[in-house]
Design a protein around this ligand. Structure first.
Ligand code: DOR
Ligand code: ZN
Length: 351
């Protein structure tokens, strides 16, 4: 990879964790993602959620119609299903046969549109057995949701109470610990003993670039609020170390999660950061901050497809050290959205 401090070329990345929603707003957010990424894993937390193969096929058709109307023909959505207490082993096998790339665990009540999520992981053991058997990746939102657990501890408690027992019971299950936010999660994934390629984690740009002060700097900052919530600086540092270490267990997943401006700037504002507008610029900034730009390509372009047993992309893209202003607002259907770092500049741009 020919690298210079002002320009880097890399195989085109994919986004291994993305929300694009549905209906009118999908068109606006898809364009931002498809400008940078070749593929993206599409999260199933619609209203109602995408719980069955037929629903995923229908959702994929709506995505493809939007891509077509945008004139985009080089972007591939990778579809997932939303796990419920009632997901059957047969649905898992059918999903595998029909090209679904993963099942997503939303613990009930954990985040946006998670009401239909899993109330107790033990209800899902038949489905999990089938996932393990057919090699279907299991994508976990790793937080416990009991109200007595402090919001900043929910991920660490999830590791002890849910993830570790799950891995003991399903040692061959391929698990992606999504959007990790803590030192505990980074170290857990780094140090996990596994016979094969069975555990990995995605990391968002906001968790590499910001700590929890960003939610409260000079007043409440709803656009920096996502779930799992930003943590202390020591956690950000551990995540940055993991992402830039060259360890193939860590790869790119933006968790870009669009909500209209009014739904964020509200008495009970929605969780989610919209990072899709210049996600690659944000990641480049994070990697550059620790002088590890040469590790970006593995994280962004290689380790995700390797984990999912999909081919790596072949097209190349170039990122240039050229400041880009992030608009205050972008169109979002009939409304607007405030992108991450709105009104600021990002040092890196896609050429
Ligand atoms: O902040 C978040 N927003 N975290 C999630 O897990 C879901 C997402 C969304 O769908 O808005
Ligand atoms: Zn998400």
């Amino acid at each position: 990879m020919p690298n210079s401090p002002t320009q880097i070329q890399l195989i085109q990345p994919d986004d291994w964790h993305l929300h694009i929603r549905d209906g009118a707003i999908m068109r606006d957010v898809l364009a931002d993602t498809a400008r940078q990424f070749a593929r993206a894993i599409i999260m199933p937390n619609l209203k109602p959620p995408v719980t069955a193969v037929e629903l995923a096929h229908a959702y994929r058709s709506r995505i493809e119609a939007n891509l077509k109307s945008l004139g985009i023909n080089d972007f591939e959505p990778l579809m997932t299903l939303y796990l419920t207490d009632n997901t059957s082993a047969d649905e898992v096998r059918k999903a595998k046969a029909e090209g679904i790339v993963g099942f997503k665990l939303y613990p009930a009540g954990a985040t946006t549109n998670s009401d239909a999520g899993v109330t107790d992981i033990r209800h899902c053991y038949k489905a999990l057995e089938a996932m393990q058997e057919v090699g279907m990746p299991f994508l976990v939102h790793g937080e416990v949701t009991h109200s007595e657990i402090d919001i900043f501890d929910r991920e660490a408690v999830f590791i002890d109470q849910i993830l570790e027992p799950l891995r003991r019971d399903f040692p061959q299950l391929k698990i992606v610990f999504e959007h990790i936010t803590t030192k505990q999660a980074a170290h857990y994934v780094r140090d996990a003993l596994t016979a094969g390629n069975t555990i990995a984690a995605t990391i968002t740009p906001q968790h590499l670039l910001m700590n929890r002060n960003a939610i409260f700097s000079g007043g409440i900052r709803p656009h920096n609020y996502c779930l799992p919530v930003l943590k202390r600086e020591e956690h950000r540092v551990a995540l940055l170390e993991a992402a830039t270490s060259g360890n193939p267990r860590f790869f790119l997943g933006t968790d870009s999660a669009p909500h209209a401006k009014g739904d964020k700037e509200a008495a009970c504002g929605c969780a989610g950061c919209y990072s899709a507008f210049n996600a690659l610029g944000l990641y480049a900034e994070a990697f550059e901050s620790v002088n590890r730009l040469e590790k970006l390509e593995g994280f962004a372009s290689f380790f995700g497809p390797d984990f999912y047993s999909l081919p790596r992309n072949s097209k190349k893209i170039t990122l240039k050290k050229q400041a880009q202003s992030i608009p205050q607002e972008l169109p979002l259907g009939d409304a607007t959205i405030v992108p991450l770092r709105a009104g600021e500049t990002i040092a890196w741009s896609l050429v």
